[in-house]
Ligand binder design. Structure first.
Ligand code: ADP
Ligand code: ZN
Length: 227
């Protein structure tokens, strides 16, 4: 699949499994994985000026203001060569419109928007069980993917932690924010004919297989159409 410069957006509510699927797809198709959540967490951990600005929004389950997100993504886009997959961006209509504009200015376009569908009740149980390793970034789940030894990372032995914004009250808040601000993107991309949805409640490997089948189809039709 190398040589296909695919540009993909992965949508889905918090906890739908975007991070896991993004890693799988990027590995398979040689795309750069851009997660605005990961970028913001890295800035916050480094205590940069940007990190200090966004930390409080994240802890409270609120979105970072559009202009801050857009500025960071535009800088990131400049540094990307080849295809990419955005995970967690865009998250609002203004972000989506701004992305379209930036891409248009450089004669590029989005090839595909993938949505991971999941019911809110399922999200709550998944997210409150999520634990991650600050050392290597590996993510576990007390229900669906428990670590072999309690509280320890299988990969590097680090002590697992719960993300501050994964506590139940904050998860509920994030879901409300998603419904209000991010859900409208589904209609936006549907009218552009780029939208495809997969059932995110299936086992991760099954979700990956279905997503990959869609990407293969789009990649094939693109190389057929040339450009
Ligand atoms: P999840 O998808 O599990 O909610 P992320 O890791 O994508 O989590 O994002 C974590 C937090 O980072 C969000 O709750 C929000 O505060 C901030 N964030 C990430 N991406 C964006 C974005 N595109 N616009 C606004 N805020 C964002
Ligand atoms: Zn680890």
């Amino acid at each position: 699949m190398s040589g296909t410069e695919l540009r993909i957006i992965l949508l889905g509510c918090p906890g739908a499994g975007k991070g896991t699927q993004a890693k799988a797809l990027c590995g398979r198709y040689g795309l750069s994985h851009v997660s605005t959540g990961d970028l913001f967490r890295a800035e916050a951990a480094a205590k940069s000026a940007l990190g200090r600005k966004v930390e409080d929004f994240m802890k409270r389950g609120m979105l970072v203001p559009d202009e801050v997100v857009i500025e960071m993504v535009a800088a990131k886009l400049d540094s990307l060569a080849g295809g990419w997959l955005f995970d967690g961006f865009p998250r609002t209509l203004p972000q989506a419109q701004e992305l379209d504009k930036v891409l248009r200015d450089s004669d590029k376009r989005i090839d595909l928007v993938l949505n991971l569908g999941l019911r809110p009740e399922e999200v709550i149980s998944r997210m409150t069980g999520r634990r991650s390793c600050p050392g290597c970034g590996e993510v576990f789940n007390l229900k669906s993917r428990p670590p072999k030894a309690e509280g320890r990372c299988d990969k590097c032995g680090g002590t697992l932690v719960q993300r501050e914004d994964d506590v139940e009250a904050t998860v509920r808040k994030r879901l409300m924010v998603y419904e209000d601000l991010t859900q409208p993107l589904v209609a936006y991309y549907r009218t552009e004919g780029l939208f495809e949805e997969v059932d995110g409640s299936q086992p991760a490997s099954e979700v990956t297989a279905q997503l990959a089948a869609i990407v293969d189809r789009v990649a094939a039709s693109r190389s057929g159409a040339k450009g």
